[in-house]
Write a protein that binds this ligand. Sequence first.
Ligand code: IPD
Length: 283
Amino acid sequence: EGDNLQEICAYLLEVANEAGAIILAAHPTSRTTLTKKNTTDIVTETDKDVESFIRQRVAKRYPACAFVGEETYTAEMALTDAPTIIVDPIDGTSNFIHGFPEVCVSIGLIIEKCPVVGVVYNPFREERWYATKSHGAFTVRHGGQVQKLPLVSTPLQGLRSACIGIEWGSDREGPNFELNLKVFTTLARTVATGGNFVNSLRCTGSAAITICRVAAGQQDVFWECGCWAWDVAAAWCVLTEAGGIMVDGHPGDWDPSINNRRYLAVRPASEGQRELVEEFWSI
Ligand code: IPD
């Protein structure tokens, strides 16, 4: 297209700002609320409006770019190696409906199925995170200064000191749900028995925001089994550019239709990342 990745990132930040304004102006409780597969899998008219807005803005500037969005995805669609914009118009839809301000627009660009640009914007808290492959990751909060990520990168000291962000996802049956249940139960038991195994658990309802907080170093680990490519594409770029790692995802064979949608992210750290992953899987 002639644009380099940083120009694309700048454009996607503009689009995310405009999408954020649509979200702020919406009143989700007074509009139709649809459910997809169960009461936890919710879509509002605003999700659809925002996705359609982003799609049009992207098509105008990058007409040759493929597009995958949460609200228009169908099981027949497959990710290809072509440049693809991958969008969650509202990550944290349940929060949005409740007025809980952990809600974001997530726009990623993937090339050969690897995230190369990521923009995540929470309009309620005026907080944004963005990254471009090989050019680092950044955050801007409340109209303040641009800060390079990570904000915290002290050595990791194992699960005993770890603050873990976990998400339930929207499945309530099947192998993803069963694995989530096992991990949650195990982690929760360790907290309940005196924090002897993990320091703390957090569950904010937005996978993208949590992964960005891990990228910033404000949380140590993110775990979810069952989220989709659009939940993680943009934040993945932010995470890896900040120096964090994503394991158990599917870079390289990353198709939203695959069933094994497991994501374990560890924050940037001068030491202890791989050890933490091993410890996590030994629980
Ligand atoms: C959901 C959120 C949630 C995660 C779910 C996602 P949505 O996205 O990211 O944290 O647990 O798996 O589907 O539905 O609000 O866009």
